[in-house]
Write a protein that binds this ligand. Structure first.
Ligand SMILES: Cc1cc2nc3c(=O)[nH]c(=O)nc-3n(C[C@H](O)[C@H](O)[C@H](O)COP(=O)(O)OP(=O)(O)OC[C@H]3O[C@@H](n4cnc5c(N)ncnc54)[C@H](O)[C@@H]3O)c2cc1C
Length: 435
């Protein structure tokens, strides 16, 4: 067994899972002063919350068990609604068409049954929506909501993400228009959430489990990776320099590539520049009253409202409640220079005004509105995403750097897939270590 530590860049869930599954020792360099990345939790107004609500689900039983065994969990039923023309419609939209105004319900049903787009190829996200759901459901909800969260035109996005959506059974949709309740996306109907401490609690548990074989350097941003011509890497992070024969990056490719020496060739730099992602503002609002009902989250497709989703943190369990107030979380995605690229105080004010405008929470009842902004939130699957990502990652592989994680592999992955990706990467390294 080769005993040299593996060098891991970044200290989020992917890095910690990797360290956990690796048989040898590892050292993590994390730029922040604590571990967790997008799985960190924060406290605002006395309530612990994540960067967007991190609910746990997975089709892979082993991974789900791994994540949910890290800390005691509440098991909850997902109850999400879509706010459409002043009404709360159950998510997924097509499973409660009877909740729409009559004319819209008939439009959605008729254009689903008699769908002229059904035989066309699903060449992009918009074409997939029209083909699978018809014009009504697409125009009423899918297109405006996706435009809002991605800040990108669905016709210019590819189908990598949406092709996992199952074809809705026509009888369910017809029944839903008649008023018979049906359920969609069954594997996400129930979810787990830490009893206390938010998603950050799984990070603390995971870091504790790997403690013996793991050396963590916090406040250690990567400064430079020198790729030695004969193999191996000289890594400088947080003012320290060390030599490693194995390097795995879990940090965003946009952070890694500019720090490589020698620098990437022009075609790789050009592919990197074309990889698009969204940042996010997460606003916590505490209010004396609201009208969101007994739901976890409400999705808002309306383009004139700043946030795309509001979540009730009280729903997540007793340790997320405060007497006398309800705590809401509103999310707004943005890219540099767009109309939501604003200071946190202005965003907090905008969210409070929009909650009032929608009738979700009157301005007079709002006790607190506070925003935090995170640079790397969502990978955008534009039409060239696959080509450009493959160019960057295959070049990194060619110089011996492995990539795992949401912005390192540049994929829209959730926690479960981050763990799966880290496990696959660890298995590959373990095999090498044994030979
Ligand atoms: C709004 C939102 C909601 C989400 N909701 C869910 C959900 O409900 N369920 C679910 O399963 N998943 C959810 N996710 C996805 C989940 O957060 C990610 O899949 C997971 O956290 C990815 O972990 P990671 O380690 O790959 O990346 P990250 O968490 O991004 O980790 C990368 C780490 O690298 C560090 N880093 C960056 N630059 C440097 C540098 N130069 N030097 C050193 N370190 C650096 C960062 O500080 C960070 O700690 C959500 C994500 C977002 C943004």
């Amino acid at each position: 067994m080769n005993r040299e530590p593996t060098c891991i860049l970044g200290g989020g869930l992917s890095a910690l899972s990797l360290a956990h599954f690796l048989e040898g020792s590892s050292v993590i360099f994390e730029k922040e002063d604590r571990l967790g990345g997008l799985c960190r939790s924060f406290e605002t107004g006395g309530v612990c919350h994540d960067i967007g609500p991190h609910i746990f689900f997975s089709r892979d039983k082993e991974v789900l068990e791994f994540l949910t065994s890290l800390t005691p969990m509440n098991r909850l039923r997902r109850s999400n609604k879509i706010f459409y023309r002043g009404r709360f419609v159950k998510y997924p939209f097509e499973n409660e068409l009877s909740a729409l105004p009559d004319a819209d319900r008939d439009w959605c049903l008729e254009t689903f049954i008699d769908n002229p787009y059904r035989d066309y190829p699903a060449e992009n996200m918009a074409a997939f929506f029209y083909k699978t759901f018809g014009e009504g459901i697409t125009r009423a909800y899918l297109e405006p909501y996706n435009r809002k969260i991605w800040k990108f035109e669905p016709a210019l996005m590819d189908t990598q993400m949406v092709e996992r959506i199952p074809n809705p059974p026509p009888e369910d949709i017809i029944a839903s228009a008649r008023g018979e309740s049906t359920e969609g996306y069954l594997h996400q109907l129930h979810f787990s959430y830490p009893e206390r401490g938010g998603t950050g609690s799984i990070i603390r548990s995971l870091a504790g489990k790997s403690r013996v074989r793991l050396d963590v350097r916090l406040s250690s941003p990567l400064e430079k990776v020198r790729v030695n011509p004969g193999g191996g890497f000289r890594v400088t992070a947080g003012g320290e320099t060390g030599d490693y024969s194995r390097l795995v990056s879990t940090i965003p490719v946009h952070e890694l590539l500019p720090r490589l020496d020698p620098p990437p060739p022009p075609e790789v730099r050009s592919a990197l520049e074309k990889l698009k992602y969204n940042s996010i503002h997460v606003t916590i609002v505490q209010t004396a009253r609201h009208s969101l009902g007994d739901n976890l989250a409400v999705l808002v497709p309306r383009p004139d409202i700043s946030f795309h989703r509001v979540t009730r943190l009280d729903y997540l369990g007793e340790n997320y409640r405060r007497p006398g107030v309800d705590t809401l979380m509103a999310e707004i995605t943005f890219r540099p220079g767009d109309r939501f690229d604003l200071p946190e105080e202005e965003i907090a004010e905008m969210v409070a005004a929009d909650l009032d405008r929608l009738g979700f929470a009157p301005r007079s009842g709002i006790k607190l509105a506070s925003t935090r902004t995170f640079k790397y939130a969502y990978v955008i699957y534009d039409l060239d995403h696959r080509k450009n990502t493959d160019t960057v990652l295959s070049w990194l592989r060619s110089i011996g750097i492995e990539s795992a994680g949401r912005f390192a592999a540049f994929e829209y992955i959730n926690m479960n897939t981050a763990v799966e990706m880290a496990r696959t990467c660890a298995r590959r390294i373990n095999d090498e270590l044994r030979t």
